[in-house]
Design a binder for this molecule. Sequence first.
Ligand SMILES: [Zn+2]
Length: 346
Amino acid sequence: MGCVRVMVSVLAIGLVLGLSSLQAVETSSALAQSKPSQPAATLPIINAHMHLNKNMPAAQLIALMDSAGVTQSVLMARYYRGDRSGGEGSDEQALSYAKQYPGRFLPFVAGQRPELLEQKRWLEPDEVAKKLLEQVEERLRSGEFSGLGELIIRHHSYMIPQAAQMGSEVDIPVDTPLMRAFADLAARYQVPMTIHAEAEPRVVPGMVSLLEYNPKARIIWAHSCGRSSAKAIREMLTRHPNLFCDLGDMTRIPASGYGNYWPRQTPSIFLIEDGTGRLYDDMKALYEEFSDRFVLGTDNAHTPSLRSYEARIRRWRQLLSGLSAGTARRLAHLNAEQLFTRKGSK
Ligand SMILES: [Zn+2]
């Protein structure tokens, strides 16, 4: 990974010289282009699906990003309390990390909150929901947040015994009054909104009606559009210009989850690679065809999973090397730069 080290040094020098991180990215891209045989090894990467727990120190995240060649990272705090949820992150924490390391973190207004696990609240927004909407709007209005989410809508439960961590079974309709209110805020403040929803047969129509409800709301459908098939993703992307797919945790290495039919296999789950770092042909064709609609992510939701952060990025570089140079560059960082830059803010 010598090339990555060179790229990180360029970035570090750029920061020392007071260049913006984007300028540093351009410098490293030029470096990548000078090695056409292995462009993916040195591409700057923006991690578009990454979480934040209370016990994830900023310096540790920066060290991992630097060693893996990740120039910027989304931070989606997990407000979940309790030993087995391992969260207790907060928007304030994400914002303070972004201020401490300018240009490196993209804080989202968090969607992983215990109060959003209740289905009734989505269908009939109560006082708690109204308060939350006010808070979300206030934070988005500040201009300090780059997105909204991850909103957990259809999620399979899991236990990770060795790390004593868990995730809940969640089954909420996608297109609800509260979701529409979030979508309107995302559109008004020009930030994307990340939604976790396994693309099961009754989930997809809800996603379609949400995308049609407010075409100005840019929706990032997490984990390869809910682990849909290439054919289904193609149809959705063709029909809905406001839809984007993040490939969070879709690498198929032993440490990954969603890239591995995890936590359980269903007929609605389609993977993107064969387990050796080779993209399936239909997914590869999809990325080439819709090269401006996909972003990458590691999705380290539980703190112990930081151990595999670098391995996840290494696998992303391997997968990117199977794509044309232009598409690899778009997935690695250009699409994320566009998605997370608010019009008029840069
Ligand atoms: Zn997710």
